[in-house]
Design a protein around this ligand. Structure first.
Ligand SMILES: [Zn+2]
Ligand SMILES: [Zn+2]
Ligand SMILES: [Zn+2]
Length: 271
């Protein structure tokens, strides 16, 4: 029985939807209906069915919106952090955790796992937080186990040292890769046939950075070719180049008869 929940904390590419500087149809739609707003990308995995204080909790990435995302989900504590990579939209909220270490963990450093490149970047950016973090270097294909869930770091095509994580429970195989261009063949073979693929779908139509990101169309094509059970589009900008509203995107996805879905902030999947 699935006894963990995988929660999309944020589902936007950097700058969010709406972006404060943007009046495109997608941003206008999200201003009118805040349920369609997207914060920067991150996810959370926690055991279901336990009292809040006893719920083992791991997050992947600490986006700038981390505090609001944790409040929205009613989270009182986080036990471990894994990072995909060290770009601002994925690490900018790490500073929020300094107070967790000081006030709740009584100074006990928070376990943090990332590639050597990402750790170096994180410790440079948050140079005053070294005392808060218990850093573990994760090499490509390393496995990390937390609360009975296995996280395997798989290389993807983005900044040096960027990982997607293959997340495996007793019931579910899920691959989460918020930032990647076409998957390296070794990674693709490891994830073939996953139950859930939650992957980079940054652009609509025109992909500005085809070596580092997917368009929505490319994400769908890769998900189908990997025989993923359900593909969730995430890291959505909705508005670089050619805007697409949430309503238009949901219409467009109908042709895939449920095999492709749009992630939403706060959406939880049983895994
Ligand atoms: Zn916009
Ligand atoms: Zn990035
Ligand atoms: Zn990103």
């Amino acid at each position: 029985m699935a006894d963990h929940l995988f929660t999309f904390m944020g589902t936007a590419a950097g700058c969010g939807v709406p972006s404060f500087f943007c009046d495109c149809p997608a941003c206008t739609e999200a201003r009118a209906n805040p349920q369609l707003a997207r914060g920067d990308c991150g996810v959370m995995v926690r055991r279901s069915g336990l009292p809040e204080a006893d719920t083992p909790t791991l997050v992947i990435d600490t986006p700038p919106d981390a505090r609001h995302q944790l409040l929205r989900e009613g989270v009182r504590h986080v036990d471990e952090i894994l990072f995909t990579h060290c770009h601002f939209d994925h690490i900018g909220g790490l500073g929020e955790y300094e107070y967790l270490v000081q006030l709740v963990r009584k100074g006990a450093p928070l376990p943090v796992g990332a590639s050597p490149e990402a750790l170096q970047g994180i410790l440079a950016e948050f140079h005053y937080m070294g005392y808060c973090l218990d850093c573990e270097q994760i090499e490509p294909f390393d496995e990390h186990v937390f609360d009975g869930v296995r996280y395997t770091a798989l290389p993807v095509t983005h900044a040096p040292g960027t990982y997607g994580y293959l997340i495996e429970t007793d019931t579910t195989r899920l691959f989460y890769a918020s930032d990647t261009g076409p998957l390296p063949s070794e990674t693709a073979e490891r994830i073939r046939g996953v139950d859930i693929l939650a992957m980079d779908a940054t652009f609509w139509n025109n992909n500005w950075n085809p070596n580092d990101h997917h368009s929505i169309q490319e994400c769908i094509a890769e998900g189908l070719s990997l025989d993923a059970g359900t593909t969730y589009l995430t890291h959505l900008c909705m508005h670089y180049d050619e805007p697409i509203t949430h309503a238009e995107l949901v219409d467009y996805l109908e042709r895939y008869e449920g095999r492709v879905k749009v992630a939403q902030d706060g959406l939880s999947l049983a895994i």
